[in-house]
Design a protein around this ligand. Structure first.
Ligand code: ADP
Ligand code: MG
Length: 693
């Protein structure tokens, strides 16, 4: 891949991290929201809006209403009932209302001292002491310089822990003001058409709608301003895809044929026969590899469907043709597992895989780099294989496992290692995240798709139980019985906070508690903050059965294969995405024992959370789960984390905007190349990346 230049075109603005006033911590939090460049701020769609353009008189408020009120604090006190709380009474010329705070800072206490004038926003409730606002947002009003009420509605944005709504709102409002004043010109190749506003007006209407705007339409996306932006976004993706396809026409690759019968020899040595689905997709791949266009194939197959064998057969085709093949996995644990599997499978054929991860250093690393440069046939590793300093002598096939964890750019970087002029290596990307058909086309621009739609024989479907945390005691008994029976179990503590550190601590605490509750069994712990050697030690003890119960963070999510583990407990299940739960659940049900998965939640459970856990309980079909996830959460989530770099619609929604596709095609015909560059840069990123895929 050509180095993507950091000189971004001026219309996408600076990198936020480079702006004065944005420190590294703030920049990291913005990045977690997908906000990296100034333009990203403008494309960040509000979740909802608040009407702060009016004040409501205190004799006209009704329970359930969101209101903004203003008055003087008549009285305030700290009450020590069952809980310590701050109570203040706010009065205007017409009535009064109680303000109640269960958590408060000294600054709030000061703000709410008697005599102060304040403006509050919150939801009216009717309590024992009359009307009240619980935790309203309050602003001090200086009698001398009373701030005017806003004339537009106030946006509320999706944000993340540690990034306050007002801070994010301020950044976006500033960016919008700069664009609106033309200090920061935004090129607008589409302009206004039909009933649709031009870009700037659409952005203003999205971020700061006028008080009479159709709020429901703005939120559900049928408002012309939102549609306008969604169409532009879809158009950008359409244009990028067209470039990918054009570029592919020019690319060449070597034809690969397994001249040494390695595939046949591998299959002969295996204790099982490939399923019909494995055989079918392997043939599709072999046909691609025998052609002179570089293969760009996505292999989709549910967890446990046996993608590894398909990858091995593809790699043997390259090796049998006398070339090199590399396999990359997103985590060290998974890469190591592949390394073990491939070593077992390939060594009898006289092929010794080479292992590279970030932690391979010093002499060992030098030896690995030398082997790769001299043509070692098979490399297995993490993204360390992408890095500079690694070079292959004759790389003809790149396999990327669980590819949704990698960005497009990383995938390109590895392909580039095998570039010889216009010749590119073949690529096979594998994922267990089933992509609903509606998404597959757009999500995997320029990839052909093969699907393994069958599990190896003898698998028992996993029974799933949804359980409130209050039933923990009963659960522990159940685990005791299972462990006594010789089974093994996972206990997963997913991200409960933003930091890996806190996640690790939570897992540690849980493992201590479980050790006390289940003293007769060996309990292990694995999390992302452990050293790779420690992780490997724990994993191998679990694989060998010495560790009976493994407490883990979501690091075990992908790929780990321990057939004897037949019980999976997932804490805080209500906080995880369906696809992620599906992945986790896929760790059990790999042996012949009847397996079970317990989804623990913290009651009370909201409606959507309830619906989602019910989906998990009622089906184990990855496609059904993905479709439901799409329905309940939208495409960004289905495709995994936001930083996938694959598909991330900011505003468009494929289901909602499907009726725009014709219009998108028509607009594509009217846009010239510089215009297309502008749109691709704005919505997706550096346009030059899209000629290389
Ligand atoms: P995934 O698609 O999730 O990567 P794996 O490749 O890890 O699945 O396969 C899951 C398990 O099934 C492994 O233990 C593997 O050896 C086994 N397996 C793969 N193919 C078959 C088959 N055709 N028959 C029986 N077992 C198989
Ligand atoms: Mg796998």
């Amino acid at each position: 891949m050509t180095e993507v230049s950091r000189d971004r075109p001026p219309h996408t603005g600076s990198e936020l991290a480079d702006l004065s006033g944005i420190g590294t911590q703030l920049a990291a939090r913005l990045k977690a929201l997908g906000l990296v460049r100034e333009i990203d701020l403008l494309l960040h769609q509000p979740l909802r809006y608040e009407d702060r353009t009016r004040l409501t008189r205190l004799d006209r408020i009704r329970p359930g209403e969101l209101v903004q009120v203003e008055g003087r604090i008549a009285h305030s006190e700290i009450r020590r009932a069952r809980k310590r709380m701050l109570i203040a009474v706010l009065a205007d010329d017409h009535g009064q209302i109680l303000l109640r705070f269960f958590h408060f800072f000294p600054s709030q206490q000061k703000l709410l001292s008697a005599g102060n004038r304040v403006r509050c926003y919150g939801e009216v409730r009717f309590g024992r002491e009359g009307f009240e606002l619980i935790h309203p947002q309050c602003q001090h009003i200086d009698d001398r310089g009373r701030p005017a009420l806003p004339t537009r509605l106030s946006p509320i944005y999706p944000t993340t822990a540690g990034l306050a709504q007002y801070r994010l709102g301020r950044l976006i409002a500033d960016a919008l003001a700069r664009a609106a004043s033309e200090q920061w010109p935004l090129p607008d190749p589409l302009g206004a058409w039909k009933d649709f506003p031009d870009l700037l007006n659409a952005l203003v209407e999205m971020h700061q709608p006028s008080p009479d705007a159709d709020l429901a339409a703005l939120i559900d996306g049928h408002h012309p301003a939102i549609r306008r932006l969604a169409i532009e976004e879809l158009l950008a993706h359409h244009l990028a895809l067209a470039r990918v396809n054009q570029a592919r026409e020019r690319q060449r690759a070597s034809r690969l044929k397994d001249k040494n019968q390695l595939r046949k020899r591998l299959l002969k040595g295996l204790p099982f026969k490939p399923t019909a689905a494995q055989t079918r997709v392997s043939a599709e791949i072999a046909a691609d590899l025998a052609a002179e266009r570089p293969m760009r194939r996505l292999l989709q197959g549910d967890v446990g469907s046996g993608k590894t064998l398909v990858a091995a057969l593809a790699m043997l085709t390259a090796v049998g043709a006398g070339r090199q093949a590399a396999l990359v996995a997103p985590t060290e644990i998974l890469a190591e597992q592949h390394y073990r599997t491939f070593s077992d499978w390939f060594e009898p054929l006289g092929i010794e895989p080479v292992w590279l991860a970030g932690k391979v250093k010093g002499k060992a690393r030098t030896a690995v780099l030398k082997a790769l440069a001299e043509g070692a046939p098979v490399a297995i590793g993490t993204h360390a294989l992408f890095q500079s300093g690694v070079s292959f002598s004759d790389l003809a096939l790149v396999v990327v496992d669980e590819q949704h964890r990698f960005g497009v750019h990383q995938r390109l970087a590895l392909a580039d290692k095998g570039r010889q002029g216009e010749h590119l290596p073949h690529q096979l990307v594998m994922t267990a995240t089933p992509i609903p058909r509606t998404l597959a086309m757009t999500a995997y621009a320029g990839l052909d798709v093969s699907i393994i739609d069958e599990l190896p024989p003898g698998r028992q479907p996993v029974t799933t139980v949804v359980m409130g945390e209050d039933k923990r005691e009963r659960l522990i008994e159940r685990i005791r019985v299972a462990l006594k029976d010789g089974r093994q179990a996972y206990w997963v503590c997913p991200l409960i906070a933003e930091s890996e550190q806190l996640e690790a601590e939570a897992a540690e605490t849980t493992s201590e508690t479980l050790k006390a509750q289940l003293p007769d069994f060996r309990i292990g712990l694995i999390h992302g903050r452990m050293k790779p050697a420690e992780k490997q030690e724990v994993m191998s003890e679990f694989v060998s059965g010495r560790i009976r119960l493994l407490v883990a963070t979501t690091v075990i999510e992908v790929g780990v294969d321990v057939p004897n583990a037949s019980l999976m407990i997932i804490e805080n299940a209500e906080r995880l995405g369906l696809s992620q739960l599906h992945q986790l659940r896929g760790r059990v049900g790999r042996g012949s024992d009847q397996s079970a998965c317990v989804l623990l939640y913290k009651p009370p459970l909201g409606e959507i959370a309830k619906a989602r856990l019910e989906v998990m309980r009622s089906t184990t079909d990855g496609f059904v789960i993905a479709e439901k996830d799409l329905e309940l959460r939208g495409p960004g989530e289905v495709l995994g984390t936001r930083q996938t770099g694959m598909l991330r619609f900011r505003i468009a929604d494929l289901a909602r905007d499907a009726d725009c596709f014709d219009q998108v095609k028509e607009l594509a015909g009217r846009i010239d190349r510089p215009g297309a560059d502008v749109l691709i840069e704005r919505w997706i990123g550096p346009a030059e990346a899209f000629v290389e895929v």
